[in-house]
Design a protein. Structure first.
Length: 459
């Protein structure tokens, strides 16, 4: 039976009564620095898994820490009816690096503090806040006697490309296979404008390495004759992408992807996307384009080539007049269907070899782009659930980021997957002073319970 308006009022009261417990749960897990990219935090990954399992157990679920070749995966189960279908809710609880006083952080990133209904701390919105929201929704669904079983799948390697997730599914996938999957790790268009993405861009990252000497050389004694690896890398990069327009210059790259269909492009614009809101949320002073038509294409429907850093040489205060012996460029490409990450890296490697045969190109396993359903019963369930929880129907768009686990679950389980995130652009995804608002958690609990109720009848 669908929840009535009166039931919604009662459910909202139950959600409001959980605010203090939600804050406590979020604080416990945010204050574990589960930075998967840094080896020094390896013990924290285990501790985060243990904290997560404890939170699930305290909430009345069964928790299992599943070992992988890398960091563990935490699986929480709320079995309400042995005859009912299972829904898996995926989140990740590893986080990006953060350090107070660097990259714009003005507060301790691993101290969870609340100000004006918003919790600050690394991972609060990406993706621990939505994970704790899902945990409370699983409790509420049980209290409401929704005829569905909920399995929480919390990964600890999403921020490094989910290298162990396929292995987890190979060993344990059959045991945990659900009737459908809900992924809560995506971003709205803006506050009050929810979005349900049906597509994700893929990713191919690479390091460009060049060594031209064995040590620093005095630029007065050797300059002009000595090769400068940083200057040479800058030259290579400038011939891979037009820095002003973003146009990718890699030979053959333009043949690897397809533009979005006209009806999709129209949907992007009709979503209500605002260029000014986009700039404000991400604190961007200027863009390469200034119309909704062009900006949405660039962030959702086209591949990119980004330069994340060039390392080497002297980096401290002042100028040290040396010619450095070594340089390294960190780059990546966001991909769209039907691009193959391996093919794109091959094209990059061949292009760089022609430009400068001494530059070594190394890369790790990439991610393909994901394309799901824009319509159908699960999309309608998500739309109805967001209207129930937030009073607004969502836009169905693509998202520019990548979630490796989505592809792995799609291939291993072959079940419907819905991307139903709660984060806002202003929350600081991967940025400084990251935060998550109680309004998003509150509406998220209502949304998730409604969604679970709807999909209980679909399986």
């Amino acid at each position: 039976m669908p929840l009535t308006a009166l039931d919604k009022d009662r459910l909202a009261q139950q959600v409001d009564a959980r605010r203090a417990q939600f804050a406590n749960d979020l604080k416990q897990i945010v204050e574990v620095p589960s930075v998967s990219a840094q080896a020094k935090h390896k013990p924290d990954m285990r501790r985060c898994a243990e904290v997560a399992a404890q939170l699930i157990t305290q909430a009345g679920g069964k928790a299992e820490i599943v070992e992988t070749r890398g960091n563990p995966i935490v699986v929480g189960s709320f079995e309400n009816d042995p005859r009912a279908p299972w829904v898996a809710i995926y989140n990740h609880i590893d986080v990006q690096p953060a350090e107070e006083g660097r990259d714009g952080w003005t507060r301790p990133p691993f101290v969870c503090t609340e100000e004006d209904g918003r919790w600050y701390g690394r991972g609060s919105t990406d993706d621990k806040g939505p994970a704790i929201t899902a945990l409370h929704a699983a409790q509420l669904a049980r209290a409401e006697q929704v005829a569905i079983n909920v399995r929480l799948v919390w990964e600890l390697e999403e921020e490094i490309g989910s290298p162990s997730f396929e292995g987890f599914l190979e060993v344990h996938g059959a045991r945990f296979k659900p009737a459908s999957v809900l992924v809560s790790d995506t971003i709205w268009l803006a506050e009050g404008k929810p979005a349900v993405p049906y597509g994700l861009r893929g990713l191919a990252g690479a390091l460009l390495k060049l060594r031209t000497a064995q040590k620093d050389a005095h630029s007065g004694l050797t300059g002009g004759a000595a090769r400068n690896p940083i200057a040479e890398l800058a030259d290579v990069v400038s011939k891979c992408v037009d820095a002003r327009t973003g146009r990718i210059l890699i030979e053959g790259f333009d043949r690897t992807w397809q533009p979005v269909a006209p009806e999709e492009a129209k949907d992007f614009v009709d979503s209500g996307f605002s260029v000014e809101s986009f700039k404000s949320a991400h604190q961007l002073d200027s863009l390469r384009a200034d119309t909704p038509e062009e900006v949405t294409q660039r962030i959702w429907g086209r591949p990119t080539f980004e330069v994340h850093g060039i390392a080497g040489g002297y980096q401290d205060e002042g100028i040290k007049t040396v010619v450095p012996p070594y340089g390294e460029g960190k780059v990546s490409m966001r991909l769209v269907p039907p691009q193959d990450p391996d093919e794109c890296i091959r094209l990059l490697r061949e292009h760089v070899r022609k430009l400068n045969p001494d530059v070594e190109v190394t890369h790790e396993k990439g991610l393909r782009a994901y394309a799901g359903a824009r319509t159908g019963p699960y999309a309608e369930a998500a739309s109805d659930a967001l209207e129930f929880g937030f009073g607004a129907r969502p836009a169905f768009v693509r998202e520019g980021g990548s979630i490796g686990a989505v592809l792995s679950m799609a291939e291993a389980w072959n079940v419907p997957i819905t991307l139903l995130g709660l984060s806002l652009p202003a929350d600081g995804y991967h940025g400084p002073n990251e935060s998550f608002a109680w309004g998003q958690a509150r509406g998220g609990m209502l949304t998730f319970v409604r969604y679970l109720e709807r999909v209980a009848t679909l399986a």
